[in-house]
Design a protein around this ligand. Structure first.
Ligand code: GLC
Ligand code: GLC
Length: 637
């Protein structure tokens, strides 16, 4: 009897011999053996996943063969230094769990003019301790309406204002030589309407019309829209926009971003080729944009469908064969149950942590940590081989993505609470310190999100010590709960809102530009003067980065909850060998006491690692308003 495993292997071997010839690889080629080994290991998965998406099509076998040929070609073209990296990372698959990992994100043009400018900032990145740099979308995109680059018209060309693909490849190598991994977006849910495929589709080419969701009249759009939510209601109502020839095309985001039709296996193959092309330029991590939306099914909300996961796993299997050191980071800004489903070593190894991000702001507004503590307790720990990317804010808006069920358990009504948070962060709530602005205010549903830089949302406009402490407090959580902390570059010197954003061509209708200012040169110039707000914020963050890097307890993501018995103070433990880091963060405006009894599970002698000073905790512990400590404690034994 033949086991199904070995059957898979037999058909895999047959496939391999077919494709190798077509891809121009011959057994005996130096890295053939590596390809063969990875193929044997991952082809069964790829074939199963691809079959589950496209198996009912008569041309399934041909589609799969073509996909594998592309994979082999890409492997053949993969530069030798990346192949060395592939082997290294296979041997240390937890490299991204290190407590020395620190991320930064910026727009190439706004932060550094162009790719050469980014390269010139590497010394600063090293001063800061960055090991991960996310460059916002830098591919060819229509101007000025490109959604900040998220409407891509060619994945193989760099926007000429920023540089060339050769320069990107050089930059990737240069960053790597300096210990910094390059992260770029894989914007695979949609293309720009100026992408060649979209142009051909718009001209009526039936082949390329099949790359998008195009319908001759409203019957299907109407049927889909019954169940689908509006993402950018200020741009257009519903999910479809009309073409000059009368047809309707799916556009989840802006009208110029057309959703790709992944029910067509050719779209999968075409995008797999673009993905492998990017991988071969030396990109370490792909930020998988808008993952929730990639699969559509009539009669469903067309978000987070099971096939979206199958699709990501299939892309992942392609990488395991042809670009094995590449990682995926999921951008799923959805219900926390759904966020978690994208996180898996075989799907997205990394994920934004939008719940923690939103709840840090929630706790700052309410001065109550209950929701944040609950989230850490039940939604933080994650599977082996994966990690969070923890952030205080991103280039996008803040959406209040906590689960209504979780809130209800604490007696909080989700709808009302979101209204409160929105009014607090746009400074309409009495006593609010925040200077945010609304994003995608939808009067029909009452939905709204928030734009603003970290400093402005903390109220640094008034230059107050409280604002500085809030900024540091927020980062202290993102830097110590577990996962890769990600800084929006410029926030480390307290950059404020850009109130002039609407004057820039194409930005006037999108308030997210308020928190995407140009490189704050003045503020950076003050970063080493501790008496300035910039200097105080920079010094506080630098201290956290240094301490984090030397505290082995802060590696990985594992977290043990800690009940502070004080609604204003967040607590959690990060376990190491024999010791733990106990983090305490006071979100209230008053000094708070953590009682001796609450701390009685630990030995009396602890070390405040940020202050580098011994402390006794057997008489309780006092935190000043908006203060945080990381205590190295020993569980009482
Ligand atoms: C992602 C990006 C966001 C963009 C959207 C459409 O959510 O982060 O900036 O508008 O995708 O690509
Ligand atoms: C929505 C989407 C998210 C996107 C954001 C941009 O929240 O779910 O993917 O980043 O809109 O505003």
């Amino acid at each position: 009897m033949v086991e199904s495993d070995s059957l898979d292997q037999i058909s895999g071997r047959h496939m391999l011999s077919v494709v190798a010839g077509q891809a121009g690889i011959r057994p005996g080629d130096p890295d053939w053996a590596d390809f063969e080994r990875r193929f044997d290991r991952h082809f069964p998965d790829l074939s199963r996943l691809f079959h589950s998406l496209y198996g009912s099509r008569p041309d399934f076998q041909d589609q799969l063969t073509s996909l594998v040929i592309e994979t082999a070609r890409s492997w053949k073209a993969r530069p030798a230094d990346l192949k060395v990296l592939d082997t290294e990372r296979e041997g240390s698959s937890d490299w991204f769990q290190s407590n020395r990992m620190l991320g930064g994100v910026c727009y190439v043009d706004r932060y550094a003019a162009d790719l050469d400018g980014v390269r010139a900032r590497i010394p600063y990145f090293k001063e800061l301790g960055l090991t991960y740099l996310h460059l916002m979308p830098l591919f060819l995109a229509p101007e000025p309406l490109s959604d900040g680059g998220y409407a891509v018209s060619s994945y193989r060309e760099v926007n000429p204002r920023l540089g060339t693909m050769d320069q990107l490849r050089d930059l990737a190598a240069h960053l790597r030589a300096n210990g910094i991994s390059l992260v770029v977006d894989f914007i695979f849910n949609h293309t720009s309407n100026e992408h060649e495929w979209a142009r051909k589709a718009a001209q009526g080419d039936p082949h390329y019309s099949g790359y998008y969701w195009m319908f001759p009249e409203r019957t299907m759009p109407d049927a889909f829209e019954q169940h689908v939510r509006e993402i950018f209601p200020e741009d257009h109502q519903g999910s479809f926009v009309q073409l000059p020839d009368g047809r309707w095309v799916w556009a989840t985001f802006h009208s110029f971003q057309w959703d790709l039709n992944y029910s067509n296996p050719e779209v999968f193959r075409a995008m797999a080729a673009e993905m492998l092309f990017l991988a071969n330029q030396g990109v370490d991590i792909l930020r998988m944009d808008a993952v929730a939306f990639v699969w559509k099914q009539l009669g469903t909300p067309c978000e987070n469908l099971p096939e979206a996961h199958t699709l990501l796993q299939a892309f992942n299997a392609v990488c395991r064969i042809a670009a094995p050191s590449l990682l995926f980071k999921s951008e799923a800004i959805v219900h926390p149950d759904e966020v978690a489903l994208y996180i898996d070593a075989a799907e997205c190894q990394l994920s934004y942590n939008p719940l923690q991000m939103a709840l840090i702001w929630e706790a700052l507004a309410t001065r109550d940590v209950s929701l944040l503590a609950q989230a850490l307790e039940r939604r933080h720990n994650m599977p082996p081989g994966t990690s969070w990317v923890n952030y205080v804010r991103s280039h996008d808006d803040i959406g209040w993505t906590f689960a209504d069920e979780d809130a209800a358990e604490l007696g909080i009504n989700g709808f009302d609470h979101r209204r409160f948070l929105n009014s607090f962060y746009v400074n309409r709530f009495p006593g609010s310190f925040a200077r945010g602005v609304p994003f995608q205010d939808n009067p029909r549903t009452g939905d709204c999100r928030i734009s603003g830089t970290t400093a402005s949302l903390c109220g640094l406009e008034d230059g107050s010590a409280e604002a500085i402490r809030r900024i540091l407090l927020a980062h202290s959580v993102a830097f110590s709960t577990g996962g890769i902390p990600l800084l929006y570059l410029g926030d480390e010197v307290g950059q404020l809102n850009d109130d002039q954003y609407a004057l820039e061509d194409g930005h006037e209708a999108d308030s997210r530009w308020v928190h995407r200012p140009q490189f704050p040169a003045e503020r950076y110039a003050h970063r080493t003067e501790p008496s300035t707000p910039e200097g105080a914020i920079f010094a506080g963050l630098r201290r956290m980065i240094a301490v984090r890097g030397s505290a082995p307890e802060l590696a990985g993501t594992r977290l043990i909850p800690f009940a502070t018995n004080n609604p204003g103070v967040l607590g959690y433990q990060r376990p190491g060998e024999g010791t733990r880091i106990l983090a305490l963060a006071n979100f209230s405006d008053q000094p708070q006491v953590i009682s001796a009894e609450t701390l009685s599970g630990f030995e009396a002698e602890a070390v405040d690692v940020l202050a580098d000073a011994p402390v006794r905790i057997d008489q309780g512990f006092v935190l000043r308003p908006q203060d945080y400590v990381w205590l190295r404690v020993v569980p009482a034994g």
